[in-house]
Design a protein around this ligand. Structure first.
Ligand code: NAP
Ligand code: 8YV
Length: 321
């Protein structure tokens, strides 16, 4: 793979390690962020056989590349790539599962603790000099101790979160469409029934049509006034207006959000709320984990163009490992 005979398109920004490694082996074409037409002449479009993207490839751009063979996505979530449509055209889609499981699960626990114990606010209290001038930071109304956590999603990352929660001596239940045969946690076939049974709900499902605004007023009301909601999956799973209302009215006690319906965002609806902890989509954002994701993006492309194998295809894709 050193004669650079294969052209790979990179729309917009991508992790620097992806770019650095791809530039060694491929002919690279870069275009600005997506949103409009694909501004490439016909001859260049015809040359493109691979695309590396950070989460999104417009369907129209996929259709505008007549010889496209593979889309390599940076991120395990590929809600921005129409993998079903790609499959109908014989285009492979790959993503970056597993290498980020631990990082995302660790961040989830951090966000949960920040939410129930208000630790970022406590640190701000010290940094602002208020400990010395005004005294001790207020006791947190909530505690993690003794909580019953319901996981919406118990896949690769959800399972790592569950294992960590067990170490915190918390009871774990879950809702998925299909129960797992390899765990002893209680499975709920109804999300509403699980929300009613637990006091802490963690969302770690993909962003799909089926999960769109799955967290709504009814679910939040079932979670109840001692309820804590954490989202590390996708913002599209939440009806944010219903969540804001539930936090303001005391329908639930608190929320911790790493992901939002639209990103990037100022999250202005939540900023004045004391009972919310907010992160700018950083669950996998450490240098080592992002490097591992970057390597997988590149290795999938190299594998495909070397011997037609890929390491981590999405389930919809027409080839297997
Ligand atoms: P995964 O292994 O595919 O697990 C997905 C889980 O969600 C499975 O348990 C699946 O079970 C469940 N699920 C899917 N659709 C559902 C539905 N309609 N109702 C109920 N449960 C449903 O995925 P993963 O690797 O754990 O990643 C999960 C998602 O986390 C990613 O797709 C991504 O969007 C998000 N993520 C976010 C960050 C971040 O930075 N915040 C980082 C990594 C990943 P069933 O199929 O049986 O329903
Ligand atoms: C990344 C993620 O932040 O893997 C995912 O699905 O949401 C995160 O790990 C994101 O994909 C980077 O584009």
């Amino acid at each position: 793979m050193t004669d650079k005979s294969v052209t790979v398109l990179i729309p917009g920004r991508i992790h620097p390690r992806v770019l650095e490694r791809l530039e060694r082996d491929f002919d690279i074409v870069r275009v600005p962020e997506q949103g409009g037409e694909l501004e490439l002449d016909e001859a260049t479009r015809a040359k493109v056989r691979g695309v590396a993207v950070s989460g999104t490839l417009q369907r129209a751009w996929m259709d505008a590349l007549p010889n496209l063979e593979i889309v390599s996505n940076f991120g395990v979530g590929y809600d921005g790539v129409d993998a079903d449509h790609a499959a109908t055209k014989g285009i492979i889609v790959t993503h970056t599962p597993d290498v980020l499981n631990d990082e995302v699960a660790d961040t989830t626990i951090g966000l949960l603790l920040n939410t129930v114990r208000r630790l970022p606010r406590a640190e701000a209290w010290l940094r602002d000099g208020r400990w010395k001038s005004e005294g001790a930071f207020a006791l947190s109304p909530l505690s993690l101790k003794g909580r019953h956590v319901g996981l919406l999603g118990l896949g690769r990352i959800g399972l790592e979160i569950a294992h960590r929660l067990e170490a915190f001596k918390l009871k774990v239940s879950y809702h998925t469409r299909t129960p797992r045969s390899d765990v002893s946690y209680t499975h709920y076939s109804s999300l509403r029934e699980m929300a009613q049974a637990v006091d802490t709900l963690i969302c770690i499902v993909p962003g799909t049509a089926a999960t769109h605004k799955i967290i709504n007023a009814e679910i939040l009301s079932a979670l109840g006034p001692n309820g804590v909601f954490i989202n590390v999956g996708r913002g599209s799973s939440v009806d944010e207006a219903a969540l804001e209302a539930a936090l303001r009215s005391g329908t639930i006690a608190a929320a911790g959000l790493d992901v939002f319906y639209e990103e990037p965002t100022t999250a202005s609806a939540f900023l004045d709320l004391d009972n919310v902890s907010l992160l700018p989509h950083v669950a996998s954002a450490s240098v080592p984990t992002r490097n591992a994701m970057a390597d997988l993006v590149v290795d999938n492309l190299i594998g495909w163009f070397t011997d037609k194998t890929v390491i981590s295809p999405v389930p919809e894709t027409p080839v297997k490992k």
